[in-house]
Design a protein around this ligand. Sequence first.
Ligand SMILES: O=C(O)CCC(=O)C(=O)O
Ligand SMILES: [Fe+2]
Length: 192
Amino acid sequence: MLNEYFFKPIDLPPLPKEFINEALNGERNELMVTNKDRLINDNGHVYKNAKLNRWRLSQSIADWLVEQGINGFTDVCIQLVNKGKILGPHTDGVQRVKLFYNILAGGDAVETIWYQEENQTLIREKQLLVSNKNNLVERYRCKIPTLQWGLLNVGIIHEVRGMTSKRESVVASFDDYPDISAWNIPNKKKNI
Ligand SMILES: O=C(O)CCC(=O)C(=O)O
Ligand SMILES: [Fe+2]
């Protein structure tokens, strides 16, 4: 089905160095989202969820993305996941898709895993927090590459595991599934 991808690489140029520097070292003033503390039960093993925060970046990064042919996103942020090995299974509160540029992976073995709940569709309602993994069936997992662009389907239940240090990514948010075929990116034919 059209929107039932998990991670889809997008062939855009690397994010210019000055933007990487701004994302990692700039001031983090405008906080866009932070997750609440919660416990996850993973087949009897209970753990505390990692922390996820996102702060808005400057308009110049958004402008740069538009110059690359991307449109329809609501904001561009630096996203930090830390204080825990696992970000438990959820769908995102607002987004359906994130255009993702991972800068710091958070360790060598970090994987993002997508699940389908038994007797449910793959794409789910927004803001779903799954606290017990008993009814989840794994559908896909990958190590999201660093310093490469890709679309992350956050409308499907997903989890991040194996973090040993902070994970930082530049993300452009889409509240609805974008019509990728309308993006005017030079190498679109290859990857879409
Ligand atoms: O860092 C990741 O791989 C995904 C984190 C996440 O849940 C998200 O960005 O919605
Ligand atoms: Fe998420």
